[in-house]
Design a protein around this ligand. Structure first.
Ligand code: APR
Length: 237
């Protein structure tokens, strides 16, 4: 049984050898250490807000106030959140030219605030909504609730091009996601189908079965160690 250190070293070797053809794919777990709960863990958002009610377009059409109640609660958490060492570690990998892009399911803007330059947001960004009539993108202002639909609920996915990034990746680093929803759940297989390797970092065992290397623990602890190991291996080249 390999130790975590041995796995981190093997993961770093894959990343360094990929020479920048690496994509990080993140979910709510990467922001938990920034104070934003995830969805499906104990005490997560879905234990407080039933997604069938609060995150359904059909229900939103009839009772938009349900979504906006949850949005106001999330907005407070997101407003006070700052990038944590995991977000900063991905920016560091990008600075070392070892990471090409971040694909995220999160809407909290923390990757951008940490400095990541290329971030594909699959579910939009909490800071913007789009007008239900003309689709114009607006800054999310809870007073817009009568005319705006949150981008994360609309069909507008401002992440065009993410799948090409994943297809061309030699390594996909999956961090803090249960891989419960699509397109998330399908990304590891897209990468593997083209001969890529999948590294998973998670607090629970989500993703362990599809991982070439599974790093169990908190992202805020593991990612900085992974980045330091990459730097060490690059220096030794
Ligand atoms: N470090 C690493 N992983 C963590 C941490 C942490 N500190 N904290 C939690 N996790 C893991 C959990 O173990 C879990 O596997 O992050 C994962 C979070 O899973 P979910 O709560 O399902 O969040 P996510 O995968 O992002 O959900 C995807 O589902 O409900 C929709 O739109 C919503 O974008 C969301 C999508």
């Amino acid at each position: 049984m390999e130790t975590l250190e041995e796995k981190v070293s093997a993961a770093a070797k894959l990343i360094v050898e990929a020479e920048g053809q690496v994509v990080a794919f993140t979910g709510a777990g990467i922001s938990v250490e920034s104070g934003i709960p995830d969805f499906r863990s104990a005490g997560g958002l879905w234990t407080k807000y039933d997604p069938e009610l609060y995150c359904s377009m059909d229900v939103f059409e009839e009772q938009p106030e349900l979504f906006w109640t949850m949005a106001a609660d999330m907005a407070t958490m997101v407003r006070d959140a700052k990038p944590n060492p995991a977000h900063r570690a991905l920016h560091e990998l990008e600075k070392q030219s070892l990471l090409g892009a971040v694909v995220t399911q999160n809407v909290d803007n923390l990757h951008q605030e940490a400095g990541s330059a290329l971030v594909y947001e699959l579910h939009g960004n909490a800071s913007t909504s789009s007008c239900r009539a003309c689709k114009e993108r607006l800054f999310t202002d809870l007073s817009h609730r009568s005319v705006a639909v949150p981008c994360s609920l609309g069909s507008d996915v401002a992440a065009a091009g993410f799948s090409e990034a994943v297809q061309n990746a030699k390594v996909l680093i999956i961090i803090g996601t249960s891989l419960e929803v699509h397109p998330a759940a399908g990304l590891p297989m897209i990468c593997k189908a083209r001969g890529g390797h999948v590294i998973v970092c998670n607090l629970d065992t989500s993703g362990e079965s599809i991982a070439d290397i599974f790093l169990q623990g908190t992202a805020g602890t593991i990612l900085p160690r992974l980045v330091a190991e990459c730097a060490q291996q690059r220096a030794a080249l």
